[in-house]
Design a protein around this ligand. Structure first.
Ligand code: PLP
Length: 468
């Protein structure tokens, strides 16, 4: 008898696989025992047939079971001498406590990058070169604002590719958006107490500013970005925006609205935090220049990251501070050290200086465009007119809205999990409730084109073919 407990965050197919494997190893399931059919076990455990099929395939591949034509699966004989000691049951160990450690056969998480895309050999070579060449750097803490040569590379890149106008003195190297905002919050706290954020929007700014005792106001989002009238009504004097690719809906703020937003900031003595997180990944038309470039002397803080194109594991990002805030930064943070490893900074500097960053960028844009196009085709092929696609053409995810579908987001995600498909809840990006719309975020960065198609097909089957 197999029991599937609700404990632990292991994928269901792993739980089934581990349980059967342990029973075979302890002799509880002796050789030649017939396993239940995939159909019977899936209905007994209330899981999808795919889940049982994955578990059986894994056991089969490892030689624990064999199949007989038209008869099913049977336990194989394992020589006791070669029988490994069964692993202790770990149950809900600490290892399973993190949501991110869950593994799924199909992972549509929006923050996943293409596996294997990181230039490992090149990075290792440049890292070792830095270790050998920069002996003096190894004996120092490094500049608190970040390595100056790296800041020069970033300044040139931002000017050339994003239309950002600044000098390297204004750039602070950070270890991700959370780090940038944690530096920014005390700087802004001197004159401001209320932050407006897009709703839906990225959850990190809300969390960081709340932890610094800011009150948070939400601003709704239209198809041309955040609603300016709503922003004015909030009486906030700081706003966090993603104008070139609204997160998560993917809208682009047109230039007329950008200019109005700048006017708003000027009129209230306010500050705009522009998050340009994935602007490199635009697949159609011309790149959209940054808002900062429209008013370089204004109070606009520009933040960008290497997480979307290079690797989120590196934890390297940057922010460009306007001169007024730079003065406060220097006063408040003069005793601070940088959070980013100097060796990684030097390696990235060499990577950029030698032209590898631009080359890598072009390559990744091609890779993700292929995945993006394949995802749209797959959605059209399987769902036809039963879904609306929102925010395509850029970044690493789209949002799909099921037309006339009664299932809640919770139910859609639950069914997906049963089919071994991971989805990131769009509701996490809303501060207010998202009506009753069945909208789902579909990230495509981490899967192959074949996996994307198979995953979309599974979603179609589990959502629309099983609707009662
Ligand atoms: C809207 C948004 N901004 C910024 C980031 C990048 O953050 P970081 O530089 O901390 O990796 C992400 C990552 O998913 C994001 O979705």
């Amino acid at each position: 008898m197999f029991i599937l407990d609700g404990q632990g965050r292991q994928p269901l197919h792993n739980k089934i696989y581990n349980q059967i494997k342990n029973q075979i190893l302890t002799g509880e399931l002796p050789p030649t025992t017939k396993l239940p059919s995939i159909k019977n076990l899936s209905s007994e455990l209330s899981v999808s047939r795919n889940t049982v099929e994955y578990a059986y395939q894994q056991l089969y591949a490892e030689g624990y079971i064999h199949s007989k034509p038209r008869s099913g699966y049977f336990v194989s004989a394992i020589d006791p001498e070669f029988r490994p000691a069964p692993l202790p049951q770990v149950g809900t160990s600490l290892k399973e406590s993190s949501e991110d450690e869950k593994s799924f056969a199909f992972d549509f998480h929006p923050a996943r990058l293409s596996p294997g895309s990181f230039p490992v050999n090149l990075w290792r070579k440049l890292y070792i070169d830095c270790l050998k060449d920069d002996q003096n750097h190894l004996a120092s803490d490094g500049n608190q604002q970040g390595d100056f040569d790296l800041r020069c590379e970033i300044q040139r890149y931002l000017s050339r590719s994003r239309g950002v106008s600044c000098d390297p003195e204004q750039i602070v190297i950070c270890s991700g958006l959370q780090d940038s905002l944690s530096i920014l919050a005390p700087i802004l706290k001197e004159d401001h107490s209320k932050l407006a954020v897009e709703d839906p929007g990225y959850f990190v700014p809300k969390a960081v500013f709340r932890n610094h005792s800011f009150s948070i106001a939400t601003v709704s989002v239209n198809s041309d970005g955040l609603d300016l009238e709503c922003l004015q009504n909030t009486k906030s004097t700081v706003v966090y925006v993603t104008p070139s690719h609204q997160f998560p809906l993917g809208y682009v703020m047109p230039v007329t609205k950008r200019l109005k937003l700048i006017d708003w900031a000027e009129s209230v003595g306010g500050v705009i935090i522009e998050d340009d997180y994935d602007s490199e990944l635009r697949y159609f038309g011309k790149p959209i220049p940054a808002l900062q470039g429209l008013h370089p002397l204004g109070n606009i803080v520009y933040v960008g990251t290497f997480s979307k194109v290079l690797s989120p594991a590196l934890r390297i990002s940057y922010m460009v501070l306007p001169h007024r805030l730079l003065t406060v930064y220097r006063r408040l943070f003069s005793e601070y050290f940088t959070n980013v490893s100097l060796l990684e900074q030097r390696t990235l500097q060499k990577f950029m200086e030698l032209g590898y960053w631009e080359r890598h960028l072009r390559k990744m844009r091609t890779v993700y465009k292929e995945k993006h196009d394949a995802l749209l085709q797959s959605i059209h092929r399987h769902f036809g007119t039963q879904v609306k696609i929102i925010g395509q053409g850029a970044g690493l995810h789209v949002v799909i809205e099921l037309v006339d579908n009664p299932l809640s987001e919770e139910e859609l995600i639950k069914r997906a999990v049963e089919s071994e498909v991971r989805l990131f809840p769009l509701s996490r990006t809303f501060l207010h409730k998202n009506g009753n719309r069945s909208q789902i975020m579909i990230g495509f960065g981490g899967m192959s084109i074949e996996e994307i198609d198979r995953g979309i097909e599974l979603l179609y089957r589990t959502w629309l073919q099983e609707v009662p």
